[in-house]
Design a protein around this ligand. Sequence first.
Ligand code: AMP
Ligand code: TRP
Length: 339
Amino acid sequence: MTDSKRKRVLSGIQPSGNLTIGNYIGAIRQWVQYQDQFDAYYCVVDLHAITVDYDQTALAAKTREVAALYIACGLDPHRNVIFVQSHLTEHAELAWLLTCNTPLGWLQRMTQFKDKAAKQEEGSVSAGLLTYPILMAADILLYHAEVVPVGEDQKQHLEFTRDLAQRFNHRFGQEVFTIPEPMIPLAGARVMGLDNPTAKMSKSETSQYHAVYLLDEPDMARKKIMRAVTDSGREIRFSDDPERAGVNNLLNIYQALTGQSREAIEAHFATARGYGDLKKEVAEIVIETLRPIQERYRELTSDMGELDNLLRQNADKARAVAQPTLQAVREAMGLLKKS
Ligand code: AMP
Ligand code: TRP
C-alpha cells in the first residue's frame, strides 16, 4: 500500500512522570501494531507538559526519555514519524490561530481543565491549562490525522477538536481541516493502580507502589507487583466485582502480556496455592516484557547524538506535512502572505 492510501494516525504522550506498563499496554503497544497499517505520527507533547507546575531542569531529559521509549517499545523511527512537539513552531502558531476561533465557553466546560485547575494552588492556574485542548487540536489538525488513539479521558478533547475543525471549515468556507475520529482502546487495555485497583494506573501518581515503570529494574518491578493490593479470598478468576478489582487487574495484565484466553489463564491458575503464585507469575511476565525494551533503551541512549539526530530528521518529516497546512490556514484566515 502506498502512503497516500493509508489512513493517517497521530497521538502523543506528555513527558511528565515515568511511563508505566499502563502506557505500554493501553497505548504504545497498540501503536506498534498499527505501524504496517497506518501512516503514523507520534509526538512527545512537551508543550502540554508545561501547562502545570513542572521541573524545568528535568524537562529536556524526560522528553528524550519518552521519545527513546517509543522507539525502544518497538516503534520504528523510519516507518513512523516520532518527534518532539516543540521542535516545530507550527504547533504553537496554529494553536494561536485556533484560539481566536474558539468560544471561551467550550474551554471552560472541559472536565480535565476543571479537575486539574481544582488541584492547582489558587492563583497558579495558567491560561495554558485552559487553552490546552486548542494546542491538542492543533497537534491533530496540522497533520490531517484521521484516527487518534487516546484513552477514554481524552474523548472530550477529541470531540472539542472535531467541533473546532468543523467550525473553522464552516466559518472560512473551505475544507481546510480533516475531521478526526477517536480510537478508544477496549476496557481490557486499561491497567489499574497496583496500590488502588479501582483507579487507573497513572504516571502522575507518585506513591511508591502505585505503578510499574517501563524503566524499573526487575527487582523493583517484582517488589511492586508482590505488594499489589488484592482481597482476602484466594480464587483466581476474572471478575467485575469492585471488591476483587486487584486480582482482576493482575489477571488483565497477565492476559495482555501473554495473549492467552481468559479460560486458559483461569485453568492455569486453578491449582495455584494463593494470590502469591499469581503475583509471582505476573511479575515474571512483566520483567520479561520489559527486559528487551530496557536493553534497546540503553542502546539508544548510549548515543544521545544519534538519538537527537533521529528526532531532528523526524521533525523535518513532520514539518513537511505541518507547514502546508499552516499555510492553508493563514490564507483562509486572510493573513498577508510572507514574501
Ligand atoms: P497519560 O499517561 O495519561 O498521559 O496517557 C498517555 C497514553 O497512555 C494515553 O493513550 C492513555 O490512554 C494511555 N494510558 C495511560 N495510563 C493507562 C492505563 N493505566 N491503562 C491503559 N492505558 C493507559
Ligand atoms: N492530551 C493528551 C493526554 O494527556 C496528550 C496529547 C496531546 C495528545 N496532543 C495530542 C493525544 C494529540 C493525542 C493527539 O493524553
